[in-house]
Design a protein around this ligand. Structure first.
Ligand code: BES
Ligand code: ZN
Length: 608
């Protein structure tokens, strides 16, 4: 197979990792992982390639052994933004199908972009240090040498020694994460028997406690937040699993658990197998943000079981997942919920398209990634354009028929990676065999190239606006300067409906006056809310209006949360409203933010 992932330096067309064993000690004093990784690589060529090339990024490698003997190796020059390739010579090659074992001794360094180390002060109960990883998209190479491409899948064994409890992206083996001791290390073992790509490697260690949230699920978080986390998730967890299994097929991974991280986490959630990693901002006290969990759970099929072959086809992960997430929520909360969520998504798609420009490469469904850092291409486009492509296919062939394609697709590609062209072929093959003439006539009309390569917004379907009409009507009222608001305006709204209202106000052609913006916040008691999504939507309005009374609250939010969805729009707004305050706030907090958040903010603030 010819490598089709432009974001790896590994020669994965010659060799493929089949099993990975990581032995790491978590050294909190030095802020390093120390240990070794054993890669079992299969030769994919007849004559056997004489060299193995792996991805690395600022690792301290001290030895490389090939099948237990010393071997020649070198870390060559960096190729930005992809890191430095590790070349290991295989003097005798290996025949096709043969396995060689590479044992690499290493430590991570202070430049490790895949790990976030936190002081006790930065954690919930301020007693213990904490570390967590985030490898998607190409950060696994900063933790261990690997074929850092979603096109290769390996099973994993994790042996992690730490003074504090550990979770990793495997099934725990004989560990009791309720324990934990101040003196001496404990060994925590995990097995991942379903092959996974490197970006799903994950671990975290800190003062962790556990509570059940479902038949197959626990939540893990700091002891001080455990009750709250349990309450937020326990109502929906089993329902999500049940509906998802009906839509696709049985859950393949054993347990499905959620690790609620410290607030610096850059994302809402990350679908690490066995333990989804989640931001604590999902604990909004109103169960209004659990759709993040429906989303991450859906990745157990789309992404983790069947995944994109390169980040150019990222929509296969996120578009499918967004589609499944909305289908799940429609079953649990009623059909209009599907459209409500799609309308919110449409707004974020419009925002991304206008931020990049409607002709931009990054607004296509298939995005060229040659020389591109996937972090720079990241936006709601793969999520929403991917969703709209699938929803278009769903409506085109009809729900009853599309629902037969869903399990077929996931079964066909389970434990493999694919690209958009293979998706197309699978779709066409399925419906050809299916043999419904009417459906096939429609399929013949699909403009595949346009769907794959046309930049900008896709055609907008007619949404059911049942849940948004009242939000937009309220926004209309606010266009009139004399409108006298009342707390009862939003009493019947869900938090997400209030967000839709606020987003409509954000888009007014001219901003509200300072007084009106402030009146909005006080009347609807928004600053007092625990829901960060809601507060962010309001603060964007405050910033646009220049309501300085809210600036301290905004700075406080920016100093306590690392989730990009919130901090990026707030910094953009603050930069326009008070450039110095934005820069000063960033300087104070930059080490609190994970590498991804920091890097993107540096660009947003013109520092890079
Ligand atoms: N896999 C993503 C997070 C991600 C994407 C991390 C790209 C690194 C690179 C995750 O599944 C996700 O989409 N999270 C969303 C959740 C939301 C759509 C419900 C988030 O973080 O906001
Ligand atoms: Zn996702």
């Amino acid at each position: 197979m010819t490598p089709r992932d432009p974001n790896t330096l590994a020669n994965y067309g010659d060799w493929a990792v089949r099993h990975t064993t990581v032995d790491f000690k978590v050294n909190f004093e030095k802020r390093r992982l120390e240990g070794s990784v054993l890669l079992e690589l299969e030769s994919l060529t007849d004559r056997g390639s004489r060299e193995i090339v792996l991805d690395t990024n600022r690792l301290a490698i001290s030895s490389v052994r090939l099948d237990s003997s010393d071997s020649e190796w070198a870390v060559r020059d960096r190729v930005e933004p992809f890191g430095a390739p590790l070349h290991v010579s295989v003097p005798d090659g290996a025949s096709r199908g043969d396995i060689v074992k590479l044992n690499i001794t290493l430590e991570t360094t202070e430049h490790c972009v895949g790990l976030q180390w936190m002081t006790p002060a930065q954690t919930g109960n301020k007693k213990h240090p904490y570390v967590y990883s985030q490898c998607q998209a190409i950060l696994a190479r900063s933790i261990f040498p690997c074929q850092d491409t979603p096109d290769v899948k390996s099973t994993f064994t994790f042996n992690i020694a730490s003074p504090l409890p550990v979770v990793a992206s495997g099934v725990p083996v004989h560990t009791d994460i309720k324990g934990g001791s101040d003196a001496g290390d404990k060994l925590f073992r995990f097995e991942q028997k379903v092959p996974i790509p490197s970006y799903l490697f994950a671990l975290a260690s800190g003062d962790l406690a556990t509570a059940p949230i479902g038949r197959r699920s626990v939540v893990v978080t700091g002891p001080e937040a455990l009750e709250e986390a349990k309450w937020e998730l326990e109502e929906d967890m089993d329902k999500f699993l049940e509906v998802a299994e009906k839509l696709v097929f049985d859950y393949q991974w054993g347990q499905y658990n959620v690790l609620v991280l410290p607030p610096s986490f850059a994302y809402g959630g990350m679908e690490n197998p066995i333990y989804t990693f989640a931001t604590p901002t999902i604990l909004s006290g109103d169960r209004q943000n659990v759709d993040v969990i429906a989303h991450e759970l859906s990745h157990s099929w789309s992404g983790n079981l069947v995944g994109c072959a390169s980040w150019e086809h990222f929509w296969l992960n996120e578009g499918w997942t967004t589609y499944l997430e909305r289908r799940i929520n429609a079953v649990i909360h009623g059909e209009p919920q599907f459209d409500f969520s799609a309308i919110i998504g449409w707004k974020s798609l419009e925002d991304s398209v206008s931020l990049f420009g409607a002709d931009h490469e990054f607004t296509k469904l298939i995005i060229s990634h040659k020389g591109v850092d996937p972090e720079d291409a990241f936006s709601s486009v793969p999520y929403e354009k991917g969703f709209h492509f699938l929803y278009y296919l769903d409506r085109l062939v009809g729900r009853e028929h599309f629902d037969k394609f869903i399990p077929h697709y996931f079964r066909t590609w389970a434990r493999k990676s694919l690209d958009s062209f293979e998706f197309k072929q699978t779709f066409l093959d399925f419906f050809e065999k299916y043999g419904n003439a009417e459906v096939n006539e429609k399929i013949a009309q699909i403009p595949w190239d346009e769907k794959f390569y046309k930049p900008g917004l896709p055609p907008k379907p007619n949404f059911n606006t049942a849940y948004v009409d009242s939000c937009l009507e309220l926004a209309e009222k606010w266009k009139n300067e004399d409108y006298q608001p009342n707390p009862s305006d939003v009493e019947s709204f869900s938090a997400n409906q209030t967000i839709v209202f606020l987003q409509a106000v954000q888009d007014f052609s001219s901003p509200l006056s300072v007084e009106r913006a402030h009146l909005l916040g006080t009347t609807y008691s928004i600053s007092a809310s625990k829901n960060v999504d809601l507060k962010t939507a309001y603060y964007v309005i405050s910033l646009r209006s220049g309501d300085r009374q809210e600036f301290p609250g905004i700075v406080e939010l920016l100093s306590s949360i690392g989730r990009m969805k919130f901090v990026r729009p707030l910094y953009r707004g603050l930069y326009k409203a008070d450039r110095n305050l934005a820069l000063e706030t960033f300087q104070k907090n930059k080490d609190f933010y994970p590498s991804t958040t920091k890097g993107q903010l540096e660009k947003d603030l013109g520092l890079k």
